[in-house]
Design a protein around this ligand. Structure first.
Ligand code: ATP
Length: 643
């Protein structure tokens, strides 16, 4: 009962069963979700709305719910298809001016004051006198037009985009313009991340089931069914992350059939399994004692998930499910040489690593990052890439996620062939003692790797866990052993104007970690040293278009006061000498202390453009790092005392 009677009536107003979903209803729901900070409330509001969409759509209509869900997560397609919005400010200002008759300077001035172009668009519309009430917008109409905007390319595309946006804005009423503009910008800012949308969707199906068959469930039974549905959907979606397949299956066959119908499919990349950091070999043994485990080289390249379909199509996907086939045409060319005849379709998990053409030696990640991301021509390629395969997730029609690692590895070695300088299996050793692991680690570093990955080999603990940072995979980096500690991946959320020589760029930056639980960015430190002038210019060019006068609603600011805020998008890898408690920053607040945790002497390492803002380091990892440091300091003191 998340909606009041009035809200319910407002949402349903003018929406007949079988009609297309009115965009006004969705905009109303967005504004209700934005109006509360309580996660459960946000969740319940969306659940009620999705239930209405399910109940009011015609039986065979799977598009309405699909489009509503896409608009809720502000996407127009699955990640790997890559149809993206993110229209620049100037284009939007122009369209708002054209559709409301205001001049662009006024709109820019309002934007400076409000910090939200969506709000400026709504206010501009509301101050405009209209003679005719425009025809109400519908979800399919808005969705179709957003897609058209995202897909338009070529030299007259700017004018075309402005014309579609102007047409859309002219038809907006109430708060609609606010959310259309935000969708166009690529930032909905209602504080509802994709994970929550997935849960609301599962809950809506449980409720629909109850109402449809008039099940007489108690509150407890209903709650249990909702939880079961959510777990079911989350697990299926982690294997097959595309609503294009999952939603029609939910609607046509129901949640209980979902696992059967929606399995890992070559061509649809899944979010990769990730590892937890460890500081010492002893820690590895504590965790894996009496269990079978394996150590593999941790190659310093770029993660590559390689898919081959029965029809011969090959896809190479990044850690973020982006299609990288255009960045690595050489990998695609090389692949047939390492596949055995019996191997018809597969999904490989691997690391693409740069190697020296003449010596065959591994080269660091930086060599790869120099490559263009698109339209790379094989004949122009200077740096050769070798694929080091470490896992096999699918083979000849069968998903292998729930097979133990030793079995997956056997199949991998059976069905692929090593080709010098093109394809190899990740070097592995099933070592057991500290000495053996230490020797293997040193060897890996000598060979140009970052260290080792230690993985559970047997039992259900060794199943592949998509999108999880799992304790069943531990990373042991050479840096940890040198006492440097793990690096952090942090989001740039604010900037400080430079002084002296640096007046035309930002001189320092405010960084934040990302808490997936509360879906908020928590500030962690200011970073301003270690940048060359050239680097500062690059950062300025990237961050300038993301500027905003106010922090976004999901940034937990604390006492930080940057001169300008950024849309949380850019991720940097940062090293720190030390972590300390801080009354200013909000990272991991309440986890080890009422105060937050901050980084002392942070140092910029590199841009992580293979990571999204919500892949940034989380507060649990930061508090774990802080506690370890505290522990190391106390035991260090004790040792000294003992001496
Ligand atoms: P990092 O900054 O350490 O690369 P990450 O967050 O990208 O961290 P982690 O889970 O911490 O990812 O480390 C695993 C990464 O190491 C994988 O994403 C993969 O790209 C790389 N890697 C290299 N060799 C292996 C291997 N043998 N097994 C698994 N991953 C490997």
């Amino acid at each position: 009962v998340a909606l009041s009677k009035k809200e319910d009536v407002d949402i349903k107003g003018g929406w007949k069963i079988g009609d297309p979903v009115p965009y006004a209803a969705l905009a109303k729901v967005f504004s209700l979700i934005e109006g509360t900070t309580k996660r459960l409330e946000k969740n319940a509001i969306l659940t009620c709305f999705l239930l209405l969409v399910i109940q009011r759509s015609k039986k065979e209509d799977t598009k309405s719910l699909l489009q509503v869900v896409y608009l809720c997560i502000n996407r127009l397609s699955p990640d790997y298809v890559g149809i993206e919005l993110g229209i620049g400010e100037s284009l939007l200002v122009k369209a708002i001016a054209e559709s409301t008759g205001r001049n662009m300077a006024q709109i820019k001035a309002d934007l400076k004051k409000e910090g939200d172009l969506g709000l400026v668009a709504t206010n501009s519309k509301n101050s405009q006198k209209t003679l005719f009430k425009p025809k109400p917008l519908t979800v399919p109409f808005v969705f179709q037009n957003l897609r058209e905007i995202a897909l338009s390319a070529g030299h007259s595309s700017q004018a075309k985009k402005v014309s579609i946006i102007t047409k859309l804005l002219a038809a907006c009423q109430g708060v609609e313009a606010k959310y259309i503009v935000r969708s166009l910008e690529g930032k909905l800012r209602i504080g509802n991340a994709e994970r929550s949308v997935l849960v609301s969707l599962a809950h809506a199906f449980a409720l629909a089931e109850k109402e449809k068959v008039g099940k007489k469930w108690s509150q407890d039974q209903l709650a249990a069914r909702m939880e079961e549905s959510a777990n079911n959907l989350k697990s299926v979606y982690s294997e097959l992350p595309t609503y294009d397949k999952v939603i029609p299956s939910l609607l046509l066959s129901g949640i209980d059939k979902l696992k059967e119908e929606c399995k890992l499919t070559p061509g649809v990349p899944l979010k990769p399994m990730l590892a937890k950091p460890t500081k010492a070999i002893g820690e590895v043994l504590d965790r894996f004692e009496n269990k079978k485990f394996t150590c593999e080289y941790k190659y310093d390249g770029e993660r590559a998930q390689v898919h081959k379909l029965e029809d011969g199509t090959v896809g190479v996907f990044s850690r973020n499910s982006e299609d990288m086939s255009k960045k690595y045409p050489d990998l695609v060319d090389q692949l047939p040489r390492c596949i055995k005849e019996s191997t018809k379709s597969f999904v490989l998990d691997a690391e693409a690593v740069a190697i020296d053409r003449t010596t065959g030696k591994l080269m660091p990640f930086q060599e790869l990052s120099r490559r263009k991301r698109k339209d790379v021509k094989v004949e122009d390629i200077q740096v050769r890439v070798c694929l080091f395969a470490f896992d096999l997730l699918y083979l000849n029609g069968e998903p292998l996620l729930r097979q133990p690692l030793y079995k997956r590895r056997e199949l991998l070695r059976e069905h692929f062939t090593v080709v010098d300088g093109e394809f190899a299996f990740a070097k592995a050793s099933d070592s057991e003692t500290v000495e053996e692991i230490q020797t293997f680690l040193e060897e890996s570093v000598k060979d140009g790797c970052e260290g080792l990955m230690v993985k559970m080999l047997d039992s259900d603990a060794s199943y592949y866990e998509p999108s999880r940072r799992s304790v069943n995979w531990l990373k042991l980096k050479k840096d940890y052993l040198a006492g440097v500690g793990d690096s952090l991946d942090l989001v740039v959320v604010g900037g400080y104007y430079g002084k002296g020589k640096r007046t035309n760029v930002y001189g320092a930056f405010l960084l934040a970690c990302y808490d997936a639980e509360s879906e908020e960015y928590q500030t962690i430190c200011k970073i301003g040293t270690g940048f060359s002038e050239e680097m500062l210019q690059t950062h300025y060019d990237t961050l300038k278009p993301l500027e905003s006068m106010k922090p976004r609603g999901d940034v937990k600011v604390g006492g930080a006061k940057p001169d300008i805020w950024f849309e949380p998008k850019v991720v940097w890898e940062v090293l720190t000498a030390d972590l300390s408690l801080s009354p200013i920053y909000t990272a991991a607040q309440g986890m080890v202390d009422e105060r937050g945790i901050s980084l002392r002497f942070p140092r910029f390492i590199r841009i992580r453009d293979d990571k999204n803002a919500d892949d940034a380091t989380g507060p649990e990892q930061i508090s774990e790092m802080y506690e370890r440091q505290a522990l190391a300091q106390t035991s260090g003191k004790k040792k000294k005392g003992g001496d």
